[in-house]
Design a protein around this ligand. Sequence first.
Ligand code: 5AD
Length: 347
Amino acid sequence: MKQWIDSLRKEHQLPDEAYKQLLTCLDADVTSYLHQQAREVTLSCFGNKIYIRGLIEISNCCRNDCLYCGIRKSNTQVERYRLTKEQILECCKEGYALGFRTFVLQGGEDRAQPVDWVAEVVQAIRLQYPDCAITLSLGEMTRNDYERLYKAGANRYLLRHETYNSTHYTTLHPKQMNIAHRLQCLRWLKEIGFQTGTGIMVGSPHQHISHIIEDIRFIEKLQPQMIGIGPFIPHQDTPFAQQPAGSVDMTLKLISIFRLMFPTVLIPSTTALASLGSDGRLRGILAGANVVMPNLSPATTRKKYALYNNKASLGAEAAEGLDLLGKQLATIGYEISTERGDYKKQL
Ligand code: 5AD
């Protein structure tokens, strides 16, 4: 098994069978070797610096009805909100003062915040913060819309494909959605010039190891600049309320595998990982992640953006908790970087 890990580090790829055995292997020695190799690669590419991104959740209104998601359209328990342009700019102002140089605007697919409006917000941020990166995470759009947002000054786009397997995709999403369109969107984003992120939920209902292998193959082909991997966590007001959460260990293994496949890719230690255990954030970093995304949304709306139960949003998860995050990182020998942290193919 260790030879496979060495080979993955050197060649950046493995046969399907090897991925499968690595992912199902329960041997603690092998797992810690995998994480150690991944960590060494991260350290050699980025040093002990962890990039920070300020996450601004701009709307919890969504036209979609994804079965796993707490802000799905048919969840009537959600108190819906939309931030105004002024509120978003205020978040950026606070974030900039705290040291953030990337703002991530994330939200549901909300028709009431049409692309014209988003473009206007992006333009305003671009004008006021020319030294900052703007990342969008607003779901599927037309190619034209993505182009407009790019021209308005956005640099990066996050759109997890969630699962590459079309049958599995169908079990997670309403029938109006399909994987083909999702992938089309990802190709457009790359073509337009966005630094593009994709990824999956680990342990989503009905997911098999074979699906994860398909995800690895897809990501290998897409060559994204960012890869977001987090465990699935049930939300009480969704059809998946009774489903078990995804495995932290499997999530950590995937982070390491992707690090060895793509040495310079940007990999966040996700909030979902942090939500399943207080040491989740740090464990993600020790497995090879190099980005964290503290919450920069107004304190009053944070609770309302609940994609899953018990989402971490306090302490080191919050933008105001940056000192605490720094202290936590220091305990494992890492520190916060306030650089923009753009993707670079070679470092
Ligand atoms: N558990 C974990 N992650 C979730 N997401 C949405 N719902 C959940 C959930 N219940 C993730 C999806 C989406 C990202 C913004 O949040 O992968 O792409």
